[in-house]
Design a protein around this ligand. Structure first.
Ligand SMILES: NC(=O)c1ccc[n+]([C@@H]2O[C@H](COP(=O)([O-])OP(=O)(O)OC[C@H]3O[C@@H](n4cnc5c(N)ncnc54)[C@H](OP(=O)(O)O)[C@@H]3O)[C@@H](O)[C@H]2O)c1
Length: 249
């Protein structure tokens, strides 16, 4: 299951997981985006690999409904990708409380809510089928490592996702469920679309990135898929930085 799968990194991750044989459930708030992404995955397949579920992952009741849907439809879940996220621009002094809450709820609270509800299903599944690879990947950010001036709410929420991942990894390790985070640098998605229209911003990214370019969402999706898969069977509580070398410049 991938949250925020109607666009950008989540959409590419769902497609990548499906291309490797997974049955995927795409979650988000906008049905039209989910339908389009699922249709692309299912195109040409005699057995559809993608299904959708509309949910706002900041709301516990909706997350419970999602868990109920998964239990009824699949009875189990092997991989959870907590990818839904959002950003905004504000200084601390000018930020409204509601804006702080919007970012924290979408980026951090959602990871807690979804991991709790779906983690229970994963633990139950693990008791019945011990040999299956089970893991959670949380999408954090480069900003969780290096704070940005006009994104204090975003940076703090993503640093918290990296640390929450480690706590969850400790809690779920006895059940054989691995939990890791992936921290993307700048990737071309609807989230960064507006910023990247500004030539100076794009040039600054190129200047500050060792690989001298913005990333593509599928480049992040590949690393998320790796962390989710049993290729990463000895990795838990780790954060994978996929930033084109921003942190080393
Ligand atoms: N692009 C980058 O450069 C970059 C860098 C570092 C980290 N990231 C992280 O990567 C993740 C994916 O971002 P992206 O760049 O792919 O942006 P995106 O295209 O805007 O994707 C975010 C997705 O999350 C969904 N979403 C937002 N709030 C939600 C909610 N309350 N409930 C359910 N779904 C929700 C959105 O769909 P709806 O609005 O329809 O719900 C959207 O499809 C985010 O966590 C972001 O912080 C991105």
């Amino acid at each position: 299951m991938v949250t925020g799968a109607g666009s950008g990194i989540g959409e590419q991750t769902a497609a990548r997981l499906a291309s490797e044989g997974a049955q995927v459930i795409l979650v988000g708030r906008t049905v039209s985006k989910l339908e389009r992404a699922a249709q692309q995955i299912n195109e040409g397949l005699s057995d559809p690999a993608a299904d959708i579920f509309q949910a706002d992952v900041t709301k516990e009741e909706e997350v419970q409904e999602l868990a109920g849907f998964i239990e009824q439809k699949a009875g189990d879940i092997h991989v959870l990708v907590n990818n839904a996220g959002t950003s905004g621009n504000s200084s601390i002094l000018n930020m409204e409380e509601s804006e702080w809450d919007r970012i924290q709820n979408t980026n951090l609270k959602s990871v807690y809510l979804v991991s709790k509800a779906l983690g229970r299903i994963m633990i139950k599944g693990k008791e019945e089928a011990t040999e299956v690879n089970r893991s959670i990947v949380n999408v954090a950010s480069l900003s969780g490592h290096k704070a940005g001036a006009k994104i204090p709410h975003y940076s703090s929420s993503k640093a918290a996702v990296i640390n929450f991942t480690k706590s969850l990894a400790l809690e779920f390790a006895p059940y054989g469920i691995r939990v890791n985070s992936v921290s993307p640098g700048f990737a071309e998605t609807p989230l960064t679309e507006e910023g990247l229209k500004n030539k100076r911003f794009e040039e600054a990214i190129q200047r500050n990135t060792a690989l001298s370019r913005v990333g593509r969402p599928e480049e992040i999706a590949k690393v998320i898929t790796f962390a989710a898969s049993d290729e990463a069977s000895y990795m838990t509580g780790s954060d994978l930085l996929v930033d084109g070398g921003w942190m080393i410049t």
